[in-house]
Design a protein around this ligand. Structure first.
Ligand SMILES: NC(=O)c1ccc[n+]([C@@H]2O[C@H](COP(=O)([O-])OP(=O)(O)OC[C@H]3O[C@@H](n4cnc5c(N)ncnc54)[C@H](OP(=O)(O)O)[C@@H]3O)[C@@H](O)[C@H]2O)c1
Length: 267
């Protein structure tokens, strides 16, 4: 897939990996369409892209958990007659805490954004992808924690695992329409995820960045490569690679490694 002159709609484009993806793809000649809730941040990113590329990306402020906002995104493409080539389902939140302490609302909120909002938005935008000529692509931003359930991340792991298998089904179903699907599992990345996610009681998380985390620009550049190469699944670091292979080859060993890494101190 070539990015030049391709319209790429990115959810969660107001910060982190989504923001970096918008900037990198615009420098490569693509035309990003940015959506997220925070309009002022989208406007800032729009201006920054305009200054470096002289292209003014479309912005659509929207909460993708709300039906009327998803319809607004659909109407924006329809009214402006914008063909869609690439859809990146990147908006997401994390949720931390032992299952026995998790408020059920935390699980529902996590599933709502990380899974159902992406599914419902895709359902609205699929006809746009189907009627665009050439190869098209949907990328779902997941996590290595969606490849194998991680302790104290059950809601987050489950929401991303659901998205991954959904992508696998769509990959086969949509072959007839030349629509590929990619699953992207970045390792720890320095973004706001750990200060915007949910704690077990539903309050906002306040966690430090993970050790050995990389920049959003690095994660986004690997995401771009996975799109260009139309990869089924891609990760950014050794941990993701290890989880991917050990989950089938040696799950007991993988569980020992995960427990040693994540459950040293009580939650
Ligand atoms: N950072 C990591 O270590 C890491 C690792 C693996 C996977 N990931 C995944 O990477 C993706 C991007 O996260 P990030 O790390 O870049 O964190 P981030 O900076 O917090 O980005 C999350 C994005 O989602 C948007 N968002 C949240 N709720 C929304 C809603 N209801 N409607 C529309 N947009 C919403 C946020 O924008 P607004 O607040 O403006 O709406 C923001 O742009 C997520 O799916 C995450 O699970 C991250």
């Amino acid at each position: 897939m070539k990015l030049k002159d391709k319209n790429i709609l990115i959810t969660g484009a107001s910060s982190g990996i989504g923001e970096a993806l918008a900037k990198i793809t615009s420098r490569m000649g693509a035309r990003p369409i940015l959506t997220a809730r925070r309009k002022s941040r989208l406007e800032r990113i729009q201006n920054e892209i305009l200054q470096t590329t002289s292209f003014r990306p479309e912005i659509i402020p929207a909460d993708i958990c709300k039906g009327k906002d998803r319809a607004k995104i659909q109407a924006h493409l329809k009214n402006k007659n914008i063909p869609l080539h690439i859809l990146v389902l990147n908006a997401g939140i994390t949720a931390h805490g032992l299952f026995e302490k998790l408020d059920m609302k935390v699980i529902r909120k996590t599933m709502e954004l990380n899974f159902f909002a992406s599914v419902e938005l895709t359902s609205l935008l699929l006809p746009f992808l189907q009627k665009t000529q050439g190869t098209k692509l949907i990328s779902f931003v997941s996590t290595p924690s969606g490849l194998y359930g991680i302790p104290e991340r059950s809601a987050y792991s489950a929401s991303k695992a659901a998205g991954q298998v959904w992508m696998e089904s769509l990959r086969m179903e949509l072959k007839k329409d030349s629509i590929r699907t990619c699953i992207f599992c970045p390792g720890y990345t320095q973004t706001n995820l750990r200060t915007s996610g949910l704690a077990a009681d539903g309050s906002i998380l306040k966690e430090e960045q993970a050790k050995n985390s990389h920049t959003p620009e690095k994660a986004a550049s690997i995401l771009v490569r996975s799109i260009i190469k139309e990869k089924r699944i891609a990760t950014t670091n050794l941990s993701g690679f290890i989880v991917y292979w050990l989950r089938t080859l040696a799950p007991a060993l993988l569980e020992k490694m995960i427990i040693a890494k994540t459950m040293k101190k009580p939650c």
